[in-house]
Design a protein around this ligand. Structure first.
Ligand SMILES: [Fe+2]
Length: 283
């Protein structure tokens, strides 16, 4: 068992089989399970088998009883996703990916914010035209434990576990936010695939490297922009401060998730990301 309390701010442990144990008065939540059999249309290659039948687990709407009413009154929910390590063919294990709905009466899709509770993530976000037919921007955001990642309005997202250890993510999002999965399914996944490539370093040792392969199912493919994430003090989202705790202390700071139309000047990639390569650099 490993305690996730320091980084999540909640009394949660993880068993050796990667299932979560809710303790200390935190109501237990049964996970939604993403089965391997439901992922086949989201992958680069046709893979016959994977080492787990249930690839990742999503624990939805987690909260301490003393916070539940206030969180729901603010139209928010807090979720935890556990993605054990693995490769699906040569692709690193990942979530299947989705866009979010428009806020009713607007052309603005709901944003979302993630936090790395354990492990390392590559969050691949892609902005599509309003009808979701054409891709306009693609970013690969790298984040480590304690860091937050913003999925801006209009972006779909996939969480990739690029490490040999488990990845545990938390997110805040609109209560009952629904994912739109079909655009990812019809293209066999996101705009790029992250695969492992083994190259000899100068010293002659074999080191794991990443390659980013364009997904040729998209007929227009923007270049992949690699980025690091930032702190977002304006939303009380700071590295290494568990966003469950800061969120319940000041739910108003998360209002951008519910009323994104009031925050559109701030919720842009330029303000939320630190680019690592020039826009035109190709991989
Ligand atoms: Fe989402």
């Amino acid at each position: 068992m490993m305690s996730l309390e320091k980084w999540s701010g909640l009394p949660i442990q993880m068993r050796d089989d990667y299932s979560l144990v809710f303790e200390g008065g935190l109501p237990s939540v049964a996970p939604q399970i993403r089965e391997f059999s439901a992922m086949k249309n989201f992958l680069k290659d046709e893979i016959g088998t994977y080492w787990r039948r249930d690839v990742y687990h999503m624990y939805r709407d987690v909260s301490l009883p003393e916070h539940t009413d206030a969180i729901h009154a603010a139209k928010l929910q807090y979720d935890i996703t556990v993605i054990p390590p693995g490769r699906m063919g040569d692709e690193f294990v990942k979530t299947i990916g989705h866009y979010h709905r428009f806020k009713p009466g607007t052309q603005i899709r709901y944003p979302e914010v993630y936090e790395v509770i354990y492990g390392k993530v590559f969050e691949l976000i892609q902005r599509a035209s309003p009808d979701l037919e054409r891709l306009e921007e693609v970013y690969l955001i790298e984040a480590n434990r304690g860091e937050k990642i913003m999925v801006p309005p209009g972006f779909g997202h996939v969480s990739i576990n690029p490490a040999d250890d488990v990845l545990v993510l938390a997110n805040w999002q609109l209560l009952d936010n629904k994912g739109i999965y079909e655009p990812y399914e019809s293209k066999n996944g996101a705009a790029y695939y992250v695969i492992q490539s083994e190259r000899l370093s100068n010293s002659g040792s074999l080191s794991a490297q990443y390659e980013f392969l364009p997904n040729m199912h998209y007929n227009q493919l923007p270049p992949l922009v690699r980025a690091r994430t930032r702190d977002f003090p304006q939303y009380d989202l700071r590295s290494a401060l568990p966003m469950y705790k800061t969120g319940v202390k000041n739910l108003k700071a998360l209002e951008f998730l519910v009323n994104p139309e009031d925050y559109m000047d701030e919720l842009t990639p330029d303000k939320l990301l630190a680019r690592q390569n020039s826009k035109n650099e190709k991989f």
